[in-house]
Ligand binder design. Structure first.
Ligand code: SAM
Length: 267
């Protein structure tokens, strides 16, 4: 597969360091009875070590030029199932064969699709047991940031509403061919069976979080003025003089639940 020309539009930065590959596989800790899904196999840096360890590996690759070489190399492997598809549009539910079956998602993701892909997967979270992804380091910092941290924003809140998140380790640009311009990192996301703080109306929660972070430097009294009064914000035990970046997930849930309740009362 060495003749492959790397395609920038597909974010093709392939891992070239066996000890980094080993560390990623160790972090995933694949077990023989598990069903994994790898997004973006590229030239199989992760695919090959994973295939030897699991019962089933579904692989989603968008680049048609990689399909024939991957098929030639692994078609005799019983765990190997390749899909030439766009991971952003893929219906992962079709991969499960019984109701209780859960998928483990893995991948060294193209940076330009990482956030939309995570949201697409969270829409199907009931069939996912965990996710291990290599992403741009800055995105992993945002996914795992806690309130008050400068990386804490809308992405942190929306993902942490649904998942436990963990920053595992950083991977420098020299470990990829071609080398990207930025550092990467591995994140672990574990969807909650049911969120610890549940929004009564998820669409209100998502819209309120978006609004609260729309002007990062402004206070909640300002950003939420068309949603809740200062008094109503105080009623949720939150100081309206705070900025969104200071709030816990539970705070956003209380605000959106009050908003949902008031909306219902107004008919
Ligand atoms: N896993 C390989 C590795 O670690 O060396 C390749 C990783 S490379 C960063 C990203 C891979 O995702 C490429 O193979 C690329 O063609 C594929 N890809 C890009 N966009 C995709 C999409 N929307 N759906 C599925 N695969 C995609």
């Amino acid at each position: 597969m060495s003749g492959h020309k790397h395609k920038k539009q597909f974010g093709q930065n392939f891992l070239n360091n066996t000890s980094v590959i080993h560390n990623i596989v160790a972090a995933i800790s694949p077990q023989a009875n598990q069903h994994l899904v790898e997004i973006g196999p590229g030239e199989a840096a992760l695919t090959e070590p994973l295939l030897d360890r699991v019962a089933k590996l579904d692989i989603i690759e968008i680049d048609r030029d990689l399909i024939a070489p991957l098929t030639r190399r692994f078609q005799h492997h019983s765990a190997f199932h390749l899909h030439n598809a766009d991971a952003l549009k893929f219906d992962y539910r079709q991969l499960t064969s019984r109701p209780s079956e859960k998928l483990r998602m893995v991948g060294n993701l193209p940076y330009n699709i990482s956030s939309p892909l995570i949201f697409h997967l969270l829409d199907q979270a009931e069939i996912i047991s965990d996710m291990h992804f290599m992403l741009q380091k800055e995105v992993v910092e945002r996914l795992t940031a806690t309130p008050g941290n400068k990386a804490f924003g809308r992405l942190s809140v929306m993902v942490q509403y649904a998942c436990q998140t963990e920053y595992l380790f950083t991977v420098g640009p020299e470990n990829f061919t071609p080398a990207p311009k930025v550092d990467s990192a591995i994140v672990r996301l574990i969807p909650y069976a049911s969120p610890p703080f549940k929004a009564d109306q998820f669409s209100d929660f998502a819209a309120l979080v978006k609004q609260a972070f729309s002007q990062k430097r402004k206070t909640l009294r300002n950003t939420l003025k068309n949603w809740l009064t200062g008094e109503q914000i105080e009623h949720c035990n939150i100081d309206p003089g705070l900025r969104a970046e200071a709030l816990e997930i539970a705070d956003f849930v209380r605000l959106s639940n009050l908003f949902t309740q008031l909306k219902k009362e107004q008919g």
